[in-house]
Design a binder for this molecule. Structure first.
Ligand SMILES: [Zn+2]
Length: 75
């Protein structure tokens, strides 16, 4: 009887350790999964989720999207 209690207790400890470990890994993988894009107007790097897509290019703000790539081409 005691033998089974010990086995169950060890199983719970291992289960908690593994589930806590996998939870700790989740934010890490999400952090690595963020794709950085470059603003076609000013060259600023920002996460793809915050960038504004337009005709296959990325922009950091609505103002730069309306300006387009003219700024970089003029230089
Ligand atoms: Zn910009």
């Amino acid at each position: 009887m005691l033998k089974w209690l010990v086995i169950v207790a060890i199983g719970i400890v291992i289960y908690r350790y593994l589930s806590r470990d996998s939870d700790a890994n989740k934010p890490k993988s999400e952090g690595n999964g963020v794709t950085m894009v470059q603003c076609a107007s000013c060259g600023l790097h920002l996460p793809q989720g915050e960038a504004i897509p337009d005709e296959g290019r990325w922009y950091c703000s609505e103002a730069h999207r309306s300006t387009g790539v003219k700024t970089l081409q003029a230089r």
